[in-house]
Write a protein that binds this ligand. Structure first.
Ligand code: R7I
Ligand code: MG
Ligand code: MG
Ligand code: MG
Length: 353
């Protein structure tokens, strides 16, 4: 299990660091990326160091709060998010989340959920910021699905109280947990997807009374559906095809957006599709293939690659993380120490507030 924990945390870091230079680009050519990654892998090449972004900065707070308090405490986690943000505000945070940290600082985190509830005229944020940092929750609660779901939701509510922001965090957490539980080389892609679909269906049924604003304009369009389960059905359909559909189709039906709905299912797709060779991507390592493919889609590249990397690393373990790529990433030793702490703490978890 330790190797899986380390793999997940390193996969997330690598996706963030290697994906962030491309964040916001429309699409990145597969040939260009083959070349780029082969240069990164060349020990003789001296290339600019890749810093991590908000994805990893917030993952750190989740990991350290859970491990140092031996369980979830909303106020402690909120304080850590806030401290981390004001220490290094230029890590590429989402454009609206600054207001949450201001509210938390001004109230000394008295009610750690209040500032997030005020976002977007009281709707809360549906950004992917709660999903991108959730991997430690999956590791810490790998033997307890119900608690993993609770903690994924509560940690989301500190910054992202919108139903879609919370559900996205839950789905990403469930995907990392599921990947941890698959035997080495034992991944059944259909079962993996079906299990997630059925769990999300139940969660969505329970949350159905919470009305949400539909993103975008034409609400009848299938890509405008606000259901994660339905988006996972699209993932399943894509996986039945002999090769990935064109980027435009992935953008339209799954998305590469900063919203959780339009990025978490995409990350899960990246993990699953990278289990087999992908036309145009020259790479035998599955974790690297996953990250390369995620980046090639464009859009929110750091976050989708980080989430896909966290799932992939949880399945493949530390041995499969390409060392020659890690050497370009910031804070590898720190990330390993968080993984180790999560591993130590995961047997003694508790749940409070
Ligand atoms: O979700 P969040 O933390 O941002 C994470 C993203 C990742 O890609 C990181 O790598 C970083 O680059 O940012 O930050 P938020 O500001 O809460 O949400 C991100 C964006 O989603 C917002 O700035 C909005 O553009 C959009 N958004 C919404 N728009 C309209 N209505 C989120 N919620 C809403 C909403 O309710
Ligand atoms: Mg980022
Ligand atoms: Mg950014
Ligand atoms: Mg991002």
């Amino acid at each position: 299990m330790l190797s899986r924990f380390r793999g997940s945390m390193l996969g997330s870091l690598m996706g963030d660091c290697l994906g962030s230079p491309f964040e916001g680009e429309a699409s990145i050519g597969k040939v260009f990326l083959n070349n780029y990654f082969s240069q990164l892998g060349d020990p003789k090449k001296r290339l600019p160091f890749k810093p991590y972004t908000d994805d990893t900065a917030m993952t750190k707070s989740v990991a350290l709060s859970l491990t140092e308090l031996k369980g979830f405490n909303g106020q402690d986690m909120a304080k850590r998010f806030t401290k981390e943000y004001f220490a290094e505000p230029k890590r590429g945070y989402g454009s609206a989340v600054h207001d949450v940290f201001m509210g938390l600082r001004n109230s000394n985190c008295e009610d750690p959920y209040r500032p997030a509830q005020r976002q977007f005229q009281g709707m809360g944020s549906y950004g992917n910021g709660a999903a991108m940092r959730v991997a430690p929750v999956a590791l810490m609660n790998y033997n307890d699905e119900a608690r993993a779901i609770d903690v994924a939701t509560m940690q989301s509510k500190i910054t992202h109280s919108h139903k879609l922001g919370c559900q996205g965090a839950v789905l990403q957490c469930l995907a990392v947990r599921a990947a941890l539980h698959v035997q080495p080389n034992g991944l059944n892609i259909v079962k993996f997807t079906d299990d997630l679909i059925s769990t999300m269906r139940n969660i969505e049924k329970k949350d159905a009374d919470v009305v949400v604003e539909v993103e975008g304009g034409d609400s009848d369009a299938p890509w405008n559906t606000t259901s994660y389960a339905r988006r996972l059905e699209t993932v399943k359909k894509f996986l039945e095809q002999p090769e990935p559909p064109p980027n435009e189709e992935i953008h339209g039906l799954l998305g590469v957006h900063v919203s959780a709905l339009r990025s978490v299912p995409t990350a899960i797709y990246c993990f699953l599709v990278s289990q087999n060779p992908i036309p145009g991507i020259e790479c035998d390592n599955k974790l690297q293939r996953c990250i390369q493919f995620a980046i090639s889609l464009g859009g929110d590249t750091d976050t989708i690659a980080a989430m896909a990397g966290a799932i992939s690393g949880a399945y493949l373990g530390e041995d499969q993380v390409p060392k020659e790529l890690l050497r370009h990433c910031e804070a590898v030793k720190d990330v390993l120490s968080w993984a180790d702490k999560l591993h130590d703490a995961s047997s003694t978890v508790q749940f409070s507030n």
